[in-house]
Design a protein around this ligand. Structure first.
Ligand SMILES: [Mg+2]
Length: 169
């Protein structure tokens, strides 16, 4: 069976504004400029779109899984339903360790198995080193969103629009 190609995406700081106090209320959940259009372009080019996000605020009792899911539903709605799957790690090392938390590879491996993905054809877009480390370990190409190297990226781009241009060239 033909393997799929995928763009794995970090959430906070890539798809929506990152907030030091966590993005979990809908009225604080701001989708970044150009994100719906960029995701649609990647989808049109045949990429699966899978979000992999650490949501340690759940383990810390700051917000609930239901509140997070409301944000994910809203994101999906605003992006025309193009996101294929959300993997989230609700754990925090102070409360509960988990292999699923980035930089662990477990959630990526689940996605690779579930969707029959070829990591060599796939990318990870994140705004921290811990997003890119597991992707690199699994053989994907990596893009850091921002303007300062984290030492783990193959490319640095300003935002998802620029990252999409990079992936599609
Ligand atoms: Mg992030």
């Amino acid at each position: 069976m033909m393997k799929s190609k995928c763009v794995f995406l970090d959430r906070d700081g890539v798809l929506n504004e990152d907030r030091p106090d966590y993005a979990y209320q809908l009225d604080h959940f701001k989708i970044l400029k150009g994100v719906p259009e960029a995701l649609q372009q990647l989808k049109d080019a045949g990429y699966l779109l899978i979000v992999v996000t650490n949501q340690s605020g759940i383990a810390q009792g700051i917000y609930t899984q239901q509140e997070m899911e409301k944000c994910h539903n809203y994101l999906q709605e605003q992006c025309g339903g193009v996101i294929d799957y959300f993997y989230f790690s609700p754990y925090h090392p102070k409360v509960s360790e988990s292999l699923g938390r980035k930089p662990g590879t477990l959630l990526f491996e689940k996605g690779i198995a579930k969707f029959n993905i070829d990591p060599q054809l796939s990318w990870m877009v994140g705004d921290r080193g811990r997003d890119l480390i597991p992707a690199k370990q699994l053989g994907m190409k990596t893009i850091l969103i921002g303007n300062t190297t984290c030492g783990e990226e193959d490319f640095i781009e300003a935002d998802l629009t620029a990252a999409t241009r990079r992936i599609l060239t």
